[in-house]
Design a protein around this ligand. Structure first.
Ligand SMILES: *Cc1c(COP(=O)(O)O)cnc(C)c1O
Length: 404
């Protein structure tokens, strides 16, 4: 009997992928190294001796990336937001008092998630384009008791960094509150020493500075945080993101759910590359790359949204010059140069990523040139050549670090 549903015309479902890969220079996902892509093309049994070794390695290498001695490290099938959800849903529950430091969409999302598990959430907001300060946190903690303080180290929506993070963690500790830190755009890009700063839950996704595929993320818990996880009064709101259940797989090699095997293998390769490069050299590469890119953008005549003292190096928010249509500029950038960057949520900025493989000289030169030309084609008056010279100058002496 013929199916009642006609098959779609293949012309509608084929030819979607570009013939030449686009250079992804936005806020993520980012380009991935060949070794990561190859691992992502592989499937092995999700339970068994090989997978056991993979998981042990991933945990050990992830502990290095998180700069922690904790072995309560859980990987999960899901985006960075799923790791945020795991962090929040396992430390917050009805009646828990949560202070959410909000300076944009991502830091605010942690508060929404805490509301989702019926915690009692107070938002502490910053001025637009600035992070919440330690002074603000000190004042808030002196007025009321909190069990958990949530924050994003890098607020990707506006390119701002929570510069007072170490002090905020210290204040929270003195207060007796746990800290949940979204470090999605900062782990493996700049120092986020979990143990040294006293972070209780740190988390990241794959598609940012780790330079692997989206969809596999990591969540690291301190001893204090793990005690809270075990103390959760129940019912536990998520089954997949329940840290205790997930630890059966990530700590005891037992079945929880079928792990995203290729993604885990890809993550294993990405972390191996981090270990091989070392964090010191990787942080240096990210910093030099981002500063050179910032110098190039400004020398060209563009301005950055975040002031230098609080600027996030991993994601640069660039003000759109007067009279320029940013959507048309980005379409030109993609069509004429095969370079993609991010738009924005509300602000009149475009965003360029400086994470993982984005921080390579060939990607920097191509992106800055293409961006400058595309802005000009939409009517901006920019001095592209001067910008390119500033980029080159910014990389001088460090060039070797930028070739793969
Ligand atoms: C990208 C990002 C996330 C996670 O985003 P997903 O789309 O869920 O992977 C979380 N926090 C910050 C600060 C981010 O930049």
């Amino acid at each position: 009997m013929p199916s009642a549903v006609e098959p779609p015309l293949t012309t509608h479902v084929s030819a979607i992928l570009p013939t030449e890969p686009l250079l992804l220079m936005g806020a993520g996902p980012v380009p991935i190294p060949q070794a990561v892509a190859q691992a992502n093309g592989m499937i092995i049994n999700h339970l068994g001796p090989t997978m056991d070794r993979v998981i042990r390695n991933v945990k050990e290498m992830a502990a290095y990336a998180f700069q922690t001695r904790s072995r309560k490290i859980i990987g999960l099938a899901g985006p960075g937001s799923a790791a945020m959800e795991m962090a929040v849903a396992n430390t917050c529950w009805p009646g828990r008092r949560v202070l959410c430091l909000k300076s944009g969409m991502f830091s605010g999302r942690l508060g929404e998630m805490a509301e989702g598990v019926a915690a009692d959430v107070t938002y502490l907001e910053s001025e637009v384009g600035r992070p919440v300060t330690a002074e603000q946190v000190r004042a808030a903690l002196s007025k009321a008791r909190y069990d958990v303080v949530t924050m994003a180290h890098g607020e990707t929506s506006c390119g701002v960094r929570l510069v007072d993070l170490p002090d905020v963690c210290r204040l929270a500790k003195e207060h007796g509150a746990l800290t949940v830190v979204d470090a999605v755009v900062t782990v493996a890009a700049m120092p986020v020493p979990m143990d040294e700063w006293g972070i209780d839950v740190s988390l990241t996704g794959g598609q940012k500075a780790l330079s692997t595929i989206p969809g596999v993320s990591l969540c690291a818990f301190s001893e204090d945080a793990w005690r809270a996880v075990e103390r959760h009064p129940g019912p536990r709101p998520h089954w997949c993101y329940d840290a205790l259940r997930a630890h059966r797989f990530w700590g005891e090699q037992q079945y929880h759910y079928t792990a995203p095997v290729p993604g885990v293998l890809a993550l294993h390769e990405a972390l191996r590359l981090v270990v091989e490069e070392t964090l010191e050299r990787r942080f240096h590469r990210h910093e030099v790359s981002s500063r050179a890119m910032q110098a190039g953008l400004m020398a060209m005549g563009l301005t950055l949204f975040a002031q230098e003292d609080v600027r996030l190096n991993s994601v640069l928010a660039i003000n759109v010059p007067d009279g320029v249509n940013s959507a048309r500029m980005r379409a030109h950038l993609s069509n004429a140069f095969r370079v993609e960057i991010s738009g924005a949520f509300g602000l009149n900025v475009v965003r360029v990523g400086q994470m993982g493989e984005q921080c390579r000289s060939h990607n920097l030169f191509k992106t800055l040139y293409a961006l400058g030309r595309s802005f000009c084609s939409e009517g901006a008056k920019l001095d592209v050549a001067t910008g390119m010279a500033a980029l080159e100058l910014g990389l001088t002496g460090d060039q070797d670090d930028f070739e793969d």
